[in-house]
Design a protein. Structure first.
Lengths: 222, 303
């Protein structure tokens, strides 16, 4: 499902460019769940960017959903991205679209019919408690509501791999618990989940295997 | 249809449509000018090539039962290439020679050659087509000393002039279309810059390059089509007016068309109608293809 072998990542070109991620090797089986932990600057966001194909590794092998990402032709990546759901730390909602259209985006890009889109989007908006606000623009929502829209968009297409960067950072405990329930239910149904967080209380409440990063290196996997 | 990329705002249409309309007007004038130049040259060339002036020295001298000029006229009238043959009268001859021989030519007592103005028929007429050269040879064999003056030099020059003018018009049209390509590429680049973050999000959600490029191309293709149609509509009355001005020179029928506004439209040659109808679609095609290329090249920078 997810497999990294001696993966390195640097933002600059050249052999001597400093690496933000070094020699990462781990694997997550299909249907696995991992917390991604580490202090700020440890490389969590860079690792997530690589996993949602926002970056390609500069060395090593990254295999996602059976595809070797470094070797894959660029034209093959969109199909792969459609099986990956992402909750960005800054939500990255499209302000010119309504809540409904933001959540519908992955389904429309995947070519779903309007009826399928309507059914799944309304169900998902109901799940995150935003059905009454489906016609509003993201700018009119609170931070917590925007985060729930981002989560709904990430999971609406039932991705095989779900990645989230501080997915409950703007939510109160009740909402965070409810959305963690959604992630765990998706995980139970077979979705591989990787959640990056600083929230140790959340990790303690939902214990699972963790990947601990420090200075771009994996220091613990267990 | 949902505007996921927000292109209705990012690619503000009014200025682009206005500029495309202006370029289509220029291109239409170029097409019109090229067609007109070509047609005028062809008309003039046909006129010059079909006219001959036959000069028959000692016209009254008899050849058996008829005079020399009578023999020439008979041969001309029997030839299927000849549409008309007019023997210049004494008055017409005097008028023609006045610059050289003065006002009273008859008083000089000279035996002037007979002059016959000949117009050849269209080479497409059955039985015609041997050309002026063959006719002149036949006349000279039957009536020695007969001289024919054709207008080959003039017709060749007119043809060269027409071709040059048509080529200039073609270059102008190509330049206008090149500017249109640059304009659309600029608009697409501006749209890409304005919507960079939106495009990146769609890209990460699984949009293909084609998904993004098609959205840009549809929007820019539509804007350039509307601008192109507006430009063609503006160019139409200009071209009709130009066609009317050119009509007396043989490009199109004229006379009463100015008095009948609807019939003025018929003064436009079919080639100009075709060009005018094609220009908005050419503009849309340029908009669509340029947007596709610009956006696809830009997207290559994303992983």
């Amino acid at each position: 499902m997810v497999r990294l072998e001696q993966v390195g990542l640097s933002y600059a070109m050249g052999r001597r460019a400093p690496e933000v991620l070094s020699d990462l090797s781990f694997s997550i089986p299909e249907g696995g769940f991992r917390w991604l932990l580490g202090p700020s600057g440890a490389g969590k966001t860079s690792l997530l960017r690589m996993l949602f194909l926002g970056l390609r590794p500069t060395r090593g092998h990254l295999t996602l959903l059976g595809t070797d990402v470094r070797a894959a032709p660029r034209d093959d990546l969109p199909r792969l991205r459609r099986h990956i759901g992402v909750v960005f730390q800054d939500f990255r909602l499209l302000d010119h679209l309504s809540v409904y259209d933001n959540v519908a985006l992955p389904l429309r890009l995947a070519g779903w019919s309007a009826i399928q889109v309507r059914d799944d989007v309304t169900e998902m908006l109901g799940w995150v408690g935003l059905l009454p606000k489906m016609d509003q623009r993201p700018a009119a929502l609170s931070g917590g509501e925007q985060q729930r829209v981002a989560i709904a968009r990430a999971v609406v297409a039932r991705p095989a791999l779900l990645l989230a960067d501080e997915p409950t950072g703007n939510l109160d405990d009740a909402q965070a618990t409810r959305l963690m329930g959604l992630f765990l239910e998706m995980n139970r149904l077979g979705t591989t989940v990787v959640l990056a967080t600083h929230n140790t209380r959340l990790v303690d409440r939902f214990p699972a295997r963790s990947l601990l990063l420090e200075n771009g290196c994996l220091v613990a996997d267990g | 249809m949902v505007d996921e990329l927000g292109l209705s705002k990012a690619l503000a249409g009014r200025l682009l449509m206005l500029l495309v309309a202006a370029m289509v007007v220029l291109a239409a004038l170029g097409v019109g000018g090229g067609v007109a130049a070509w047609s005028l040259a062809r008309e003039w060339r046909q006129g010059a090539a079909s006219a001959l002036m036959i000069e028959v020295p000692q016209p009254s001298e008899r050849l058996k039962s008829e005079t020399r000029v009578g023999r020439v006229l008979a041969l001309l009238q029997a030839d299927p290439q000849v549409g008309s043959a007019h023997l210049l009268t004494q008055d017409e001859l005097s008028t023609l020679l006045r610059p050289w021989l003065g006002g009273d030519v008859a008083a000089l007592g000279l035996e002037l050659p007979a002059m016959i103005e000949v117009h050849l028929v269209d080479p497409g007429v059955q039985g015609a087509g041997l050309g002026a050269g063959a006719l002149v040879t036949k006349l000279q064999q039957s009536v020695p000393g007969t001289i024919a003056e054709a207008s080959d030099d003039w017709s060749a020059r007119l043809l060269a002039l027409g071709r040059s003018l048509a080529a200039c018009a073609g270059v102008a049209v190509v330049l206008v279309l090149s500017v249109a390509v640059a304009l659309v590429a600029l608009a697409a680049s501006a749209g890409l810059s304005a919507q960079r973050e939106t495009i990146e999000i769609l890209h990460l959600l699984g949009a293909t390059d084609g998904d993004v490029a098609n959205r840009f191309a549809r929007r820019l293709g539509l804007l350039t089509l509307v601008g192109g149609i507006a430009g063609a509509l503006v160019a139409l009355p200009l071209l009709v007016e130009l066609a009317n001005l050119a009509a007396p020179f043989g490009v199109a029928p004229s006379d009463d068309v100015a008095a009948q506004p609807l019939s003025m439209l018929t003064t436009l040659p079919p080639a100009i109608w075709t060009g005018l109808a094609a220009l908005p679609f050419a503009a849309a095609g340029i908009g669509w293809i340029t947007a596709q290329l610009t956006v696809r090249v830009w997207l290559r920078r994303l992983p």
